[in-house]
Design a protein. Structure first.
Length: 443
């Protein structure tokens, strides 16, 4: 059945696709689809249209959305109807059930209210100097004339940045141990994420090792929270942890358990996605000498707009997160189809951003498309949208600009081979398959 967007008086039945091959156990089937979703979803959209379901496992019906207007309906709809927290429950064993990512409605609204002060404009401006300093320290370590993986280097850098943002300092044996453990945890595969949903699998390797690592992280975070609550100058500190402890909304404060879940969410989500986006920036610039020259001129002249356009275009062309999820609490109609309560609707970020109807010459790396005008609504959505738009979007873009400025001001770089690196899944993100390898030379 082919889906269209012609008006109908009665909603139509949804077309359904079962990924090719034998039906497998839930975790394996989902992992299998997750590894290839960036290849399958464009082809399925071509076959079925802008709305179709996926029969991946029996207890969760997934409806894929590729039309910006349908996506607008989801992002602008009431939080009581579209549950992002339930849609993100695959993250709960890692982030926690009280995370801003895994909660809904009033619980989510409360958490977002208590977290917002740490991410307002003045807070971002305060972080910029620190990001600039750490970026310069990082690029000073780049090897000259020898290929290296930018993804690995960007992970180290963005982890260090988010550690400073969250804790204010990054020295001491406790934070050193936490840094090491977080680096290992963020390398977990999609299969690890899925297996952690099962109490039985959690007792088996490799999940048992991940659970033990989580317990170590929780112990370290609990000690840091206890110690921070006792410092006499808590109200004067600007780091995120101190602000989260200090914030008081008419007597409402975050508990230790809630603080733990927000901290692990910020530490993991706040560095892996930005590291991957920056690695894709270098991947594209290394294969485009003209855009690299324009980026260097912008870096040397202090032109943030072009550097930000590079970052945005990399996120468009190489989406780090390919789709997002909202679980329905009531029946809705989208694109002429009736979608029942309990289904999960999934705006396909990667398909929307690579659609020629939304972006001219979509396969080309063209930062200029973000200069002077903005893309049409809901055609550039790397941070999601609506009230669930990523809290750290502004911080990530500021971070991207500062890292690009540091690198482009000091180096020219080339790819180690002409062929582009295809994306490969790493937990819920899509990273360069060979790590975003480049060769750097002093300017």
């Amino acid at each position: 059945m082919t889906a269209t967007h012609e008006p109908h008086t009665q909603p139509r039945a949804l077309p359904t696709e079962t990924p090719p091959g034998p039906k497998l156990p839930m975790a394996i089937q989902t992992w299998r689809f997750g590894r290839h979703r960036h290849e399958w979803l464009p082809a399925l959209r071509e076959r079925y249209g802008d709305v179709f379901t996926l029969d991946i496992y029996p207890d969760r019906n997934l409806v894929q959305l590729a039309n910006p207007e349908d996506i607008r309906t989801v992002f602008s709809g009431p939080a009581s109807r579209f549950h992002a927290g339930e849609g993100n429950m695959i993250l709960a064993p890692i982030m926690g059930e009280r995370s801003v990512l895994t909660t809904d409605e009033n619980v989510h609204k409360r958490l977002r209210t208590l977290l917002m002060p740490a991410f307002h404009g003045s807070a971002l401006r305060g972080y910029r100097t620190m990001v600039e300093r750490l970026a310069l320290q990082e690029i000073a370590q780049w090897p000259i004339g020898t290929r290296f993986e930018t993804h690995e280097r960007m992970q180290a850098l963005t982890l260090e940045i988010i550690m400073r943002v969250v804790f204010g300092v990054a020295e001491g044996p406790r934070l050193d141990a936490l840094r090491t453990l977080l680096g290992k945890l963020v390398s977990s595969t999609m299969l690890t994420f899925l297996g952690l949903q099962s109490p039985r699998l959690r007792r088996l390797p490799p999940w048992r090792k991940t659970v033990a690592m989580q317990r170590e992280i929780d112990t370290l975070l609990a000690a840091e929270i206890r110690e921070r609550r006792r410092v006499p100058d808590l109200a004067d500190r600007k780091d995120v942890l101190s602000q989260m402890i200090s914030v008081d909304d008419d007597g409402d404060r975050l508990t230790d358990e809630e603080l733990r879940d927000q901290l692990i969410t910020l530490l993991l989500a706040g560095h892996e996605t930005t590291a991957t986006a920056l690695s894709w920036c270098f991947h594209e610039l290394a294969r485009d000498p003209e855009r690299q020259r324009l980026g260097r001129e912008a870096a040397l002249s202090g032109d943030d707009k072009y550097l930000e356009a590079i970052f945005k275009e990399a996120l468009r062309l190489r989406p780090v997160i390919y789709e997002v999820a909202r679980k329905l609490t009531e029946d809705i109609e989208i694109g002429g189809y009736r979608i029942p309560a309990g289904y999960t609707v999934m705006p396909i970020i990667g398909v929307v951003q690579s659609d020629a109807k939304n972006h001219e010459d979509p396969e080309a790396f063209r930062p200029e498309r973000f200069l002077g005008s903005s893309p049409a609504p809901n055609t550039w959505i790397p941070f999601g949208g609506g009230i669930r738009r990523c809290l750290g979007a502004g911080f990530a873009q500021m971070e991207g600009v500062e890292v690009l400025r540091a690198a482009l001001s000091h180096y020219t770089f080339t790819a180690d081979r002409a062929a582009p690196e295809p994306p490969t899944p790493r937990n819920i993100t899509l990273t360069p398959r060979r790590g975003g390898r480049i060769i750097a030379w002093p300017v």
